[in-house]
Design a binder for this molecule. Structure first.
Ligand SMILES: [Zn+2]
Length: 159
């Protein structure tokens, strides 16, 4: 598999990450206990954290090549393209903080309430961005927050 993101060496440190996924067509899929959900075409940002063994490297390897459907995101990942990954290595559990930041970014909206947020009080950990222009704004914000980006970010990404 020659995925561009695989060429990047992801650290084994613990941290928080955002997956940028894209759908070219509307998809209706069953997402675990959430049941049947419809996803319009566009970009999706999912916030997660990796605090298990192997840290970010192990978790992101799972998202690159999901072997079984475990988390809500795995169901969407199975039908979507993984375009980019943002991550921080600060060792802080900041996924809910990041989720709140995304929730408040004007280009983003929450279409699937409860997605990825079964264990916290967030509206969701998945946000939708309809346009490439909106995604560029989001990318710029994440870069300004000091996050590392890899993949197709629509901005110059650090190598
Ligand atoms: Zn949360």
């Amino acid at each position: 598999m020659n995925h561009p993101i695989l060429n990047f060496s992801i650290p084994r440190t613990k941290g928080t990450y955002i997956l940028v996924l894209s759908l070219t067509e509307r998809q209706t899929i069953a997402v675990g206990k959430l049941g049947s959900l419809t996803f319009p075409p566009g970009n999706y940002l999912y916030v997660g954290s990796a605090f298990g063994a192997g840290g970010l490297a192990a978790r992101l390897r799972h998202h690159l090549k999901p072997s079984k459907l475990h988390w809500h995101i795995d169901y969407l990942r199975a039908v979507a393209q993984l375009e980019a990954i943002w991550f921080s290595e600060d060792g802080q559990r900041s996924e809910c903080q990041w989720s709140t930041i995304l929730y408040n970014l004007p280009p983003l909206s929450c279409l699937q309430r409860g997605f990825g947020s079964s264990d916290c009080n967030c509206v969701a950990h998945l946000y939708y961005c309809a346009t490439e222009e909106g995604l560029a704004v989001v990318n710029q914000t994440l870069q300004q927050m000091g996050m590392n980006g890899v993949g197709r970010l629509g901005i110059s990404s650090p190598d």
